[in-house]
Ligand binder design. Structure first.
Ligand SMILES: Cc1cc2nc3c(=O)[nH]c(=O)nc-3n(C[C@H](O)[C@H](O)[C@H](O)COP(=O)(O)O)c2cc1C
Length: 213
């Protein structure tokens, strides 16, 4: 069995931190980061204890107003199959003529990875902190979860598909008013090789102001 790195215990309020330490390893990790294709996910995934440790790290994101405008719904073990039945039922309501293969696809959606974490954006309307900023914080939680899981040696992918956009499904998974899924973070191990994808070129994305003549 491989020993995986685990995050340190979360600091207590007021503890002295060293947040700007040089880390060539972390820079390399970020520079070579890559998601795993959904078809490549395999066992094992993080254990419940590891998931809890990862989510503790994922909750350490910038959060204007300390609103914690996110929370997590974990689907692991047999719960993924139960979730699949809920997904299939709602998909059938949307499309009563669904073919058996499509029904199977719906049923298996959360069985494609050992662990699926729904990251819930929980934004408060009419608050002095704009909803936009609260949603951005949920996105940061998604990416931090991905990075933390990958640093623990697990494969990860941020997936929305139709499930993140269906209000009835959100309700079935326990989401309340003002809540929506920012995405589902699929976690597990990767079968096969991972190669770099085509990416935008940073010079095309960077402007300096004022514009250079
Ligand atoms: C909000 C969000 C939703 C996404 N949803 C999907 C999805 O439903 N299906 C999918 O194949 N990729 C989805 N992706 C893209 C992948 O997570 C991944 O970013 C993409 O394949 C590029 O790979 P990379 O992360 O290694 O750059 C989504 C990405 C984001 C940010």
């Amino acid at each position: 069995m491989t020993t995986r790195p685990t995050p340190p215990a979360p600091p207590e309020f007021g503890d002295l931190l060293q947040p700007h330490r040089e880390s060539a390893a972390f820079l390399e990790f970020l520079a070579l980061r890559r998601s795993t294709k959904i078809a490549q996910f395999t066992e094992p995934g993080p254990s419940p204890e590891e998931v809890d440790a990862l989510l503790t790290v994922a909750a350490r994101v910038p959060d204007h107003g300390k609103l914690a405008p996110w929370r997590f719904v974990v689907f692991e073990g047999e719960a993924r199959e139960l979730a699949g039945r809920v997904i299939e039922k709602i998909a059938r309501e949307r499309n009563p003529d669904m073919k058996p293969e499509q029904a199977e696809t719906e049923r298996n959606r959360f069985l494609r990875a050992p662990v699926v974490v729904g990251v819930v954006s929980h934004a408060i309307d009419n608050h002095k902190i704009p909803v936009w900023e609260q949603i951005l914080s949920a996105g940061a939680a998604c990416q931090t979860l991905l990075l933390a899981a990958q640093a623990m040696g697990y494969a990860g992918a941020w997936i929305t598909e139709w499930c993140a956009y269906d209000n009835q499904l959100a309700g079935a998974f326990g989401l309340g008013p003002g809540e929506r899924f920012a995405g589902f973070i699929f976690l597990g191990s990767a079968a096969g090789e991972t190669r770099e994808r085509d990416r935008p070129r940073p010079p095309d994305l960077i402007a300096r102001w004022p514009p250079q003549k």
